[in-house]
Design a protein around this ligand. Structure first.
Ligand code: SF4
Ligand code: SF4
Length: 110
């Protein structure tokens, strides 16, 4: 069976109008998911900030960069004397302390 011209035109119209309706809906859904992820990340940082401990890298650091790789606040950098924690950026989560393979990071309560 062959399709008539008017059937074809109607079908094309339906396809175009469906796409016109679906595209903004999909974009809105993507925006909402991105916003939810950002909100989730903010809550995680806020919770982590509640920590009441301060962390310092002690002597003996071998510069393996494991702590840098794990630090969620990007607060650890290579300084003149090895790796250092930027206390202004640190959110006191303790991840570096837990991940350092040779335990040279100290943890002290405020
Ligand atoms: S305590 Fe957390 S935020 Fe602070 S330097 Fe260590 S890993 Fe980074
Ligand atoms: S994980 Fe430990 S040994 Fe490795 S760079 Fe950090 S402080 Fe130094």
């Amino acid at each position: 069976m062959t399709e008539t011209n008017s059937n074809l035109t109607r079908r094309r119209f339906m396809m175009v109008s469906s796409a016109a309706i679906a595209t903004p809906l999909l974009l809105n859904a993507a925006d909402s998911m991105a916003a939810a992820k950002t909100a989730e990340a903010k809550v995680a940082v806020t919770n982590a900030k509640k920590g009441n401990k301060v962390y310092y890298i002690g002597h003996g650091c071998v510069g393996c960069h494991v702590c840098m790789a794990f630090c969620p606040a990007k607060a650890i950098h290579f300084g003149d004397t090895g790796n250092e924690i930027d206390q202004m950026k640190c959110i006191h989560c303790g991840t570096c302390y837990r991940e350092c393979p040779i335990c040279v990071i100290s943890e002290t309560e405020f």
